[in-house]
Design a binder for this molecule. Structure first.
Ligand code: PLP
Length: 404
């Protein structure tokens, strides 16, 4: 006899992506001659750059000879990659992070979903609204979120921090004190960022109330303005209250290759216990590690050629972002994001829901985007377009939107 984890049963289905797929399939069937262009995907489209490909080839060859063959990877990840990350992503920006505070993983999604395991069941979480849905969903599965209100699209024990045009998409401190605060900047889906000063306020707040910040910096590579922090550890005191999660997916095309890392500084302590020691237990028992071959490819992202090639790739995506922003602004839409992030967040015309706008874009322009309501209740009234598409298609899509 067994029983199911009832928390899983509480999860509403992924109406967002299944709903989009269904509508697009119906449209294609009814309009076989129309070319549908997707500006809705959060996946990258450009191939891995040559520096990464040659590192992959070399690593594969190493696996073929007894002297260089590698078995299980070390729990935290190979030192060559952790040392490179500590130097390039942190020490170069004045952040005091050491290689043994970095845990290599197979991508940010797993870490975003699993990090909640080291906190107690009654920990209250606070999330930006709208945001990447994994933070809330993983806490639902863990039984931490209370009951779902389908009409409001909210969970009773989650503290929502609305991010709308009214507050510049920068969340206000919540009325109730959370134990765990999820921040994602540059933000998916709004494409907005916090300045260093704004982020410092969050660090000070977390220290004041004794909370931990989970800082998701998956889109860090897209930051272009100096006043925006690349890492939360650029803020004073963050090593005592913040965990940072990063990915190689959006800066280096690893969405299918899989690599990421999480920084858990040893200074974050709950009484006598360091959170680092708990996450190390997890890595020792519940995590298999990213393969050597992939970690070698990750290290190649930091070589001189690797950095130059990746910079070019990010610039190509950001040119798409510019085209989308400009095109929408020319049409009179209010447009946000797309400057320090590959996401463009637009206000939709009054009187329409974000699904109405989805239908209009699909049926009139054969362009697919993502309704803002899919990212949280405060996303209603907005719509997300992404810069990850192909350059020519992005231009065609915007030309079609101009004709609407
Ligand atoms: N964090 C955010 C904010 C994301 O939008 C995504 C993917 O879209 C991820 C994390 C997942 O990244 P990864 O591919 O490394 O799992």
């Amino acid at each position: 006899m067994y029983r199911l984890n009832e928390n899983y049963l509480k999860l509403p289905g992924s109406y967002l992506f299944s709903g989009i797929a269904k509508k697009v399939a119906e449209f294609k069937e009814a309009n076989p001659d129309r070319k549908v262009i997707s500006l809705g995907i959060g996946d990258v489209t450009l191939p891995l750059v040559p520096a990464i490909i040659s590192a992959l080839h070399e690593a594969v060859d190493e696996m073929a000879s007894p002297g260089t063959f590698k078995g299980y990877a070390p729990d935290l990840g190979y030192a060559f990659l952790r040392e490179t990350i500590a130097a390039e992503d942190y020490r170069s920006r004045g952040c005091n992070i050491s290689p043994d505070e970095i845990f290599i993983s197979d991508g940010a999604k797993c870490d975003c979903a699993n990090i909640q395991e080291i906190f107690s069941q009654d920990t209250r979480i606070a999330v930006c609204d709208p945001v990447y849905p994994v933070y809330v969903d993983s806490n639902v599965m863990a039984g931490r979120t209370g009951n779902y209100d389908p009409a409001a699209g909210t969970w009773s024990r989650v503290i929502y921090m609305p991010c709308t045009a009214e507050n510049g998409f920068s969340p206000d401190f919540p009325d109730e004190d959370p134990g765990l605060i999820y921040l994602c900047f540059p933000n998916n889906p709004t494409g907005t960022t916090l300045t260093k000063d704004q982020l410092q306020d969050w660090v000070d707040y977390a220290i004041r109330i004794g909370a931990v910040i989970i800082y998701d910096a998956a889109y860090e590579a897209y930051i272009s303005r100096d006043q925006v922090a690349h890492s939360i550890y650029e803020c004073k005191g963050a090593e005592s209250c913040a965990i940072e999660i990063r990915s190689f997916s959006k800066n280096a095309g690893f969405t299918g290759t899989r690599l990421g890392f999480t920084v858990v500084p040893k200074a974050i302590r709950c009484g006598e216990v360091s959170l680092h020691s708990l996450w190390a237990r997890r890595h020792g028992t519940k995590y298999n590690g990213a393969p050597y071959i992939i970690q070698k490819a990750g290290a190649a992202c930091y070589s001189r050629e690797g950095k130059a090639q990746l910079k070019e790739q990010v610039a190509l995506y950001m040119e798409n972002a510019r085209v989308i922003r400009q095109g929408l602004a020319d049409c009179g839409y209010e447009v946000y994001g797309g400057i320090d992030a590959p996401y463009i967040w637009m206000k939709i015309p009054a009187g329409m829901t974000s699904w109405d706008f989805f239908d209009r874009l699909l049926t009139s322009a054969a362009v697919v985007g993502t309704p803002g309501s899919g990212f949280g209740p405060s996303g209603e009234g907005y719509f997300r377009l992404t810069a990850f598409g192909n350059k020519d298609d992005t231009k065609i899509a915007i030309d079609r939107i101009r004709l609407l």
